[in-house]
Design a protein around this ligand. Structure first.
Ligand code: C5P
Length: 236
């Protein structure tokens, strides 16, 4: 896989026009864009279609979490939209995870297209051991991450979203044929913003991440295309 294909740019903006401006500028060097809750809530499937019109891939980051039937139906809808990757919360449980994978695979077979990747979110990086305890989870963050990553793998998902701190642990327990998507990375020359436990994109790849997600260091740079090129170069 080329380093260009390992970079995913987060389109964390609120309007279709802002998103399109970024995609126009970046699509000559960036192949995949992440559409999250903000853009999808304001612009809907049009945002996905816009990225596709620029011949780039979409990671639909809506972190589905609901009863198994509802999440499986949402995953089917995302497959019909033609996204390249989607995600669900591992904490939704075995049936939810298993049914989601089945829906993605069945729908892509029906459409005769390669199946989109489906990855699980283990423990949100915003949560601490104390936060988990407060909501009744007995284990520490690391233990829960490990347990949920294995559940995700058992249910047939393609991989997980994981912070830089968790890459090596997950590689160790889940092996090499399991995708790791790492957000919250920062090149040394970019502002950290609200990201705390950060590593550089280069370190994330060295630790074993398959993809890195970068938002503001690219999208808020004076020249987003140059910033993206610089990050791709550093990853090489
Ligand atoms: O701008 P920045 O590079 O911090 O954006 C990172 C993106 O990855 C955002 O869309 C954010 O929601 C997402 N993300 C994250 N940390 C996680 C999971 C997702 O920063 N643990």
């Amino acid at each position: 896989m080329t380093k260009q294909n390992q970079l995913i740019v987060a389109l964390d903006v609120s309007s279709l026009s802002e998103a399109e401006k970024l995609v126009k500028t970046l699509s000559p060097v960036v192949k995949t864009f992440k559409i999250g809750k903000e853009l999808f809530t304001s612009a809907g499937p049009e945002a996905v279609k816009m990225v596709h019109a620029h011949k780039a891939n979409v990671f639909l980051d809506l972190k589905f979490h609901d009863i198994p039937n509802t999440v499986a139906s949402a995953c089917e809808a995302a497959t019909r939209l033609g996204v390249w990757m989607m995600n669900v919360h591992a904490i939704g449980g075995k049936s939810m995870l298993f049914n989601s994978v089945q829906a993605v695979h069945k729908t892509s077979q029906e459409l005769k297209v390669p199946h989109p990747k489906i990855v699980g979110v283990t423990v949100l990086t915003s949560l601490t051991d104390a936060d988990l305890k407060e909501v009744g989870v007995k284990g520490k963050v690391k233990e829960e991450v490990e347990k949920l990553a294995l559940l995700v793998q058992q249910c047939g998902l393609d991989g997980v979203v994981a912070s830089g701190q968790e890459i090596e642990l997950i590689r160790k327990v889940a092996g090499n044929h399991f995708l790791i998507v790492t957000p919250g990375v920062r090149p040394t020359w970019a502002a950290h913003g609200d990201q705390k436990r950060i590593i550089t994109p280069k370190e994330a790849i060295e630790k074993g991440a398959d993809f890195v997600v970068v938002g503001r260091p690219i999208t808020q740079d004076r020249d987003p295309r140059v910033a993206a090129e610089k990050i791709i170069k550093e990853m090489e």
